[in-house]
Design a protein around this ligand. Structure first.
Ligand code: SF4
Length: 351
């Protein structure tokens, strides 16, 4: 079976015309809005990303507004989406477009790929949707659909598997509707040919699908490497003195870069409470305090880490003589104005 033998793009577009999702960024060709939606959706589900898309387009109506906003405002609007390097890249790219490119986005995928935070997938999506370039997008949804439909048993996290899928989508993308075709592939993989329960009965490709014919839907697509999940204990200290607490700005790289949390002792095993408080006294240089509360353990999953967090609220009799680097005092009522990781925000709401 060759890629062209059943006119796949026609079938897919007919399905899309009936079943495509009506999403706000599909009613525009404004590259700014399309770029925003693509960055928001990079590691986020559509239903979750929608509110963020509206928040960004309401608050920063043009790329210049976004470029001129303080980074803290951008991070605050992004709060809860995770992967904060995306927000910082978003801001940097807005500045590049607004200040160095006269507010104009480049028009080809090749040039778009040079922008910070814009990889092969995002550049192809923007170029096809905003500028009509005939270039396919390939994301997890597309890998899943194509490997199943064509029965590709090569791992999609390795070059051979990626090349096989890429060649097929390049062969079937239609020249008259590349944007619709790309959005159709995303929708198809996200709804019909989904990870857990593909709806093969309702699928317009069922008579051609090699995975269905050979009962391979559960094992395709194949990945060579399984991600190992590491457990990390986050022991947070809410150190309070006279209605102020000590906060910490996280470094510019790594998880939750640039966001704010509390003094922290990280460990790969659970540490007993008394031992933990001894360690905290030594690390954060306080000698007397009263333990007011210990939160229940809170679980937070990242792509390859399981975080188990507990919060120890200690009222200090005397403040530390000095604070470690990047730590600062914050009035309790001002804490939720800071850009916070979701975990901290959840703790603060339920404390
Ligand atoms: S028949 Fe099932 S597995 Fe094959 S493409 Fe359709 S939904 Fe996916």
């Amino acid at each position: 079976m060759t890629a062209n033998s059943h006119n796949y793009s026609k079938i897919l577009l007919a399905w899309y015309d009936q079943n495509g999702r009506d999403l706000p960024w599909r009613n525009t060709r404004d590259p700014y809005k399309i770029w925003l939606s693509e960055i928001i959706l990079q590691q986020t589900r559509v239903d979750q990303g929608m509110a963020y898309y509206f928040a960004f387009t309401d608050q920063f109506k043009t790329v210049k507004d976004l470029a001129n906003a303080p980074q803290e405002a951008v991070l605050k609007t992004w709060q809860g989406l995770g992967y904060y390097s995306r927000a910082r890249n978003l801001h940097a790219t807005a500045q590049e477009i607004a200040f160095n490119r006269n507010g104009e986005f480049p028009k080809s995928a090749k040039e778009l790929k040079e922008l910070k935070g814009v990889g092969p997938y995002t550049s192809a999506a923007i170029a096809s949707i905003a500028f009509g370039e005939v270039i396919p997008v390939v994301d997890g949804n597309v890998y899943r659909w194509i490997t199943r439909l064509f029965g590709i048993e090569l791992p999609i996290d390795q070059k051979d598997g990626q090349k096989a899928v890429q060649e097929i989508v390049e062969a079937i993308i239609p020249h008259d509707r590349p944007a619709d075709f790309n959005q159709a592939m995303m929708d198809f993989g996200a709804t019909l040919c989904s990870q857990k329960k593909p709806n093969c009965e309702a699928c317009p490709f069922k008579q051609y699908c090699i995975a269905t014919e050979n009962q391979l839907t559960d094992i395709l697509p194949i990945k060579a490497k399984k991600t190992k999940v590491q457990t990390v204990y986050l022991n947070y200290f809410v150190l309070e003195h006279k209605k102020q607490i000590i906060m910490k700005q996280r470094p510019d790289s790594g998880i939750w870069a640039g966001l704010n949390d509390f003094p922290l002792i990280e460990s790969d095993q659970k540490i007993e409470e008394t031992q933990l408080i001894d360690q905290a006294e030594a690390k954060f240089i306080f000698s007397e305090g009263k333990l007011l509360s210990v939160s229940p353990q809170m679980k937070h999953l990242l792509s390859h880490r399981k975080l188990l967090a507990q919060f120890y609220w200690i009222q200090l009799h005397t403040p530390p003589e000095y604070l470690p680097e990047d730590h600062y005092w914050c009035a309790i009522e001002d804490l939720d104005k800071k850009p916070l990781p979701k975990l901290i925000e959840n703790y603060w709401k339920t404390r």
